[in-house]
Design a protein around this ligand. Structure first.
Ligand SMILES: [Zn+2]
Length: 381
């Protein structure tokens, strides 16, 4: 047919640029909500049923958009599409280091790769099906998250609740260079160690002091040594603060640790290890707080099956889809996969430079990625 609607990469890019023009750092609820307004309006125009939950704890709103019952041939548990509308970049980047621009196949802009292109691709994919007059086999729910980049503290429960009510989860996080998607991710743990020692004059009463910094220093060595690349475990002491003056034995010191593990078993093992750490020196107090922030996302039979369906779709356009080896970066896909919901992640545009001033997508990936998303929405049953 001559007038059959086409997936038009130029049109997709125009839509993505409108989204990245609205800068939306996670901690700026007002800015994020301008982005939510934009997406809400677009899904309202498509005719979806909307549910917007006011943000809390200084974060933006959560937006849910569902296809009306008559749009799908089947009912019951459907497809959950996850995207976050926040970015790591502060306001003003689009005028400075991350000017919105195209250079050859690369298109730059704040949050374009992680993950406004992905969110827009999902929107466009559904719109494409509507334009073609097609129905999906399953109902589709889009859930837009306002604070994924800080660990989804206010939306995690909502994501998990939504996941339980759906058959599949499609996560529109950045794709990986060379037609790759994500089928597993490490789990992420966060721990805070606080040591209380005893302050004393460093010159006059040094022997009375108990250095919290010395104790933490010893703990750091022990923690960093737990990193085991062969088993996929990494421990990173990323923050440290302590002491009150150069001539005072430090009474207090605190560190924050980031843990990454590939399996639930290692998550439990390492959590137990952290929470049972004992002081190394004498007469100091150690407290450990924390736990797993995102559970591991492991490629099980359901995920393998979903990935194979995606591969079959990609072959329709003569391309081969692959998955990346286990990645250390967590996403909201960790929550859905840990609940046993077949989850396919990294469905957004190809590109590189997430969280960096080199952040970019590849224009050439927009058409195939949108095709993949549209056909997944259309054919999953
Ligand atoms: Zn992201």
């Amino acid at each position: 047919m001559k007038n059959e609607p086409k997936i038009d990469p130029k049109e997709i890019l125009e839509g993505i640029v409108e989204w990245i023009e609205i800068e939306s750092p996670s901690h700026d609820a007002k800015a994020v909500n301008l982005m939510v307004d934009k997406v809400e309006g677009q899904f309202r125009d498509l005719g979806l049923d909307l549910d917007r939950t006011p943000g809390r704890d200084g974060f933006g709103d959560i937006l849910e958009a569902k296809t009306p019952a008559e749009w799908s041939t089947g009912q019951g548990k459907g497809i959950l599409v996850l995207a976050h509308l926040d970015t790591v970049h502060p306001l003003g980047m689009k005028e400075k280091e991350l000017k919105i621009r195209q250079e050859g196949d690369s298109v730059f802009g704040p949050g374009i790769y992680d993950m406004k292109a992905g969110g827009y691709i999902a929107y466009y994919a559904l719109r494409h099906l509507i334009r073609q007059g097609k129905k999906t086999k399953l109902p589709v729910t889009f859930l837009f998250i306002p604070e994924e980049e800080v660990g989804s503290p206010t939306s995690r429960a909502r994501i998990e609740e939504a996941a339980r009510g759906h058959k599949y989860a499609l996560v529109m996080e950045p794709g990986r260079d060379g037609d790759k998607v994500v089928t597993s991710r490490k789990g992420v743990g966060r721990f805070t160690l606080t040591v209380k020692g005893r302050a004393a004059h460093a010159g006059v009463r040094h022997e009375d002091g108990r250095s919290a910094i010395l104790e933490i220093a010893r703990q750091i060595v022990r923690i960093e040594e737990k990193t085991d690349y062969a088993r996929g475990i990494t421990c990173n002491v990323g923050l440290i603060r302590g002491g009150s003056g150069v001539n005072v034995t430090p009474a207090e010191c605190t560190i924050d640790v980031d843990l990454r593990v590939p399996s639930m078993q290692l998550a439990e093992e390492m959590t137990h290890w952290f929470l049972n750490l004992e002081p190394i020196g004498k007469e100091v107090e150690l407290t450990v707080e924390g736990g797993m922030n995102r559970p591991p996302y492991q490629k099980d039979a359901g995920i393998t099956d979903l990935f194979q369906k995606a591969q079959a779709i990609y072959r329709e356009i003569g391309k081969e889809l692959n998955d990346v080896p286990l990645t250390g970066g967590g996403s909201d896909g960790n929550f859905t996969a840990a609940l046993g919901i077949p989850t396919l992640d990294g469905l957004g545009a190809d590109g590189k430079g997430a969280h960096a001033i080199t952040e970019q997508i590849y224009y050439s990936s927009l058409q195939p990625r949108t095709y993949l998303c549209a056909r997944l929405l259309e054919t999953l049953e």
